[in-house]
Design a protein around this ligand. Structure first.
Ligand code: GLU
Length: 423
C-alpha cells in the first residue's frame, strides 16, 4: 500500500517531497484518506531490463522504468530521463508532478515519467540509439498516442524522441508521430517546442514579478543549470533586459555583477561543453550561486538543490522553479519563513508540456501552426494559469505552490470522481 507521507519529515528525496506536497493539498481540500490514497498511487508502473551490446561487443544491462501516475484527465504524458542515478522512486515523483502540472495548465493529459539508469555522456550515439530502441520496445504495450506520450527530459533530446517514434511506428506498421513530443521538425516536431520550457519560465517570472509591480528589466537573476532549459531561459531573460549575473552547470559556474554576455557564453559552451573557463566572468560554485544577492533565482537543473540549509542562504526575492522539484519540502518552509516568493515547478516549467500538447494536436490533425500562433498560445496559457494560481493564493492566504497544487489536485480528483470506479 502506498505510504501517504514521508517516513520522516526530514527526508529530502523527490518522492518524499512530492508526497508531502500532495498531503498538504489534500488537507487544504479536505479529501478523505481513500481519495488521498488514489491520488498518491501510480495507476501503472513497468520495470524493464535494457540490455546493450556495446560498440566493442561487451554486454551491459540497464534498468528502465515507465510510471503512469494518473490517467483520469487523458493519456499519460511526461518525459524520459537518462541518468545513472535514476530509480523508480524518482520516476514516481516526477510522474506525480507531471499529473498536477498538466492539470494546472489545463492540458488534457494525466502524468507519467520514464527513466533509464544510463549516463548518456559515456556512450556513443549508436549505443544510445540501441538502448532507446530496446527500452521503447520493452514498454511498447503501455505507450501510444492515446495511451502515454513521451518527451525529452534530462539526458534525452529530439534525436531520442525520433528513435522512440520510429521504433513504435515500425512495430505498428505505419508512422505515428503523436507517440512522442519534442521531436525534430523534420518528423513532425513543433516550432517553438525546443525553447518552450524556457519561454514559459520567463512568462511565469514576468507574471510573478508583475504582481509586485516589478518588471524583468529592473531585476538581476542567477540561473542554476545551462542545459536545455537554463541556457534559453538565460538568453530570454537577457533579451528582456534582466541582468543575468550568474549561471552554472554541473561542473561549476561563472558570475559577473554587471551582467554576463549570454551570447558570448553560449559560444564558449558550444566549443568547450561547459560554462566553466568563460573569461567574461569570475568562477563560482553551484552553492555560491544559490546564495547570491540577486532578485530572481532560477534553479534549472535537478531536484532537491534547495534543501533547508541552502534555502536558509537564499537572498533572492523570487525563486522561479525551472527544474522539477528543486526545492525540498523543508526548503520550501524555510523560503516561506524568509518571505521568498516561490513560483512552483508545476506552474513555472509547464511551458514544455504546453507546447508538447500543441505538437500532439498538430500531429493528430496533420496540420502545422506558425511559430507566432504557438508562442501566443503558450503565453496565453501561462498567463491564464498564473492568474488562476495567484487568485487562489490570495483568496485562501496560501503559497503559490499550495495554490497550484490544490488547483491541479482538485481537477484530477474531479475527473476521477465524475468517471466513478469500475466496477
Ligand atoms: N520533461 C518535461 C517536463 O518535465 C516535458 C514533459 C512533456 O512535454 O511531456 O515537464
Amino acid at each position: 500500500m502506498t505510504d501517504l507521507t514521508a517516513e520522516t519529515p526530514q527526508q529530502t528525496t523527490p518522492l518524499a517531497t512530492a508526497k508531502a506536497q500532495l498531503a498538504g493539498a489534500v488537507e487544504i481540500l479536505g479529501y478523505t484518506e481513500g481519495l488521498h490514497r488514489m491520488l498518491a498511487t501510480p495507476r501503472r508502473e513497468m520495470n524493464v531490463a535494457v540490455p546493450l551490446r556495446r560498440d566493442d561487443g561487451q554486454i551491459e544491462l540497464f534498468t528502465g522504468y515507465r510510471v503512469q501516475h494518473n490517467i483520469s484527465r487523458g493519456p499519460a504524458k511526461g518525459g524520459l530521463r537518462y541518468s545513472a542515478g535514476v530509480d523508480v522512486d524518482e520516476v514516481r515523483a516526477l510522474a506525480m508532478w507531471m499529473t498536477w502540472k498538466c492539470a494546472v495548465v489545463d492540458v488534457p493529459y494525466g502524468g507519467a515519467k520514464g527513466g533509464v539508469t544510463i549516463d548518456p555522456r559515456l556512450y556513443s550515439q549508436a549505443e544510445l540509439e540501441r538502448v532507446t530502441r530496446r527500452y521503447t520496445s520493452e514498454i511498447m504495450p503501455i505507450i501510444g498516442p492515446e495511451r502515454d506520450i513521451m518527451a525529452p527530459d534530462i539526458g534525452t533530446n529530439e534525436q531520442t524522441m525520433a528513435w522512440v517514434m520510429d521504433t513504435y511506428s515500425v512495430n505498428q506498421g505505419y508512422t505515428i508521430p503523436a507517440v512522442t513530443t519534442g521531436k525534430p521538425l523534420a518528423v513532425g516536431g513543433s516550432l517553438g517546442r525546443a525553447t518552450a520550457t524556457s519561454r514559459g519560465v520567463v512568462h511565469a517570472a514576468a507574471a510573478a514579478l508583475g504582481d509586485a509591480g516589478v518588471q524583468l528589466r529592473e531585476v538581476s537573476a542567477a540561473v542554476q543549470g545551462f542545459g536545455k532549459v537554463g541556457s534559453h531561459a538565460s538568453r530570454f531573460l537577457h533579451d528582456a533586459g534582466t541582468r543575468v549575473v550568474a549561471v552554472s552547470d554541473e561542473q561549476g559556474g561563472v558570475m559577473r555583477s554587471e551582467g554576463l554576455d549570454i551570447a558570448a557564453l553560449e559560444r564558449h559552451v558550444l566549443t568547450t561543453g561547459t560554462v566553466v573557463g568563460f573569461d567574461g566572468g569570475e568562477a563560482i560554485d553551484n552553492k555560491e550561486l544559490l546564495a547570491l544577492d540577486v532578485d530572481l533565482l532560477i534553479p534549472a537543473a535537478v531536484e532537491g538543490v534547495l534543501d533547508a540549509e541552502a534555502a536558509g542562504r537564499v537572498k533572492a526575492r523570487w525563486v522561479v522553479e525551472a527544474a522539477n522539484g528543486p526545492t525540498t519540502h523543508e526548503g520550501d518552509r524555510v523560503l516561506a519563513e524568509r518571505g521568498v516568493v516561490v513560483v512552483p515547478d508545476i506552474l513555472a516549467n509547464a511551458g514544455g508540456v504546453v507546447v508538447s500538447y500543441f505538437e500532439w494536436v498538430q500531429a493528430n490533425q496533420a496540420y502545422w501552426w506558425t511559430e507566432r500562433e504557438i508562442e501566443d498560445r503558450l503565453e496565453h496559457r501561462m498567463v491564464t494559469a498564473h492568474r488562476a494560481v495567484a487568485a487562489v493564493a490570495t483568496a485562501e492566504g496560501i503559497s503559490l505552490r499550495d495554490a497550484a497544487l490544490t488547483i491541479g489536485v482538485r481537477r484530477v480528483a474531479e475527473a476521477h470522481q465524475i468517471r466513478g470506479l469500475y466496477p
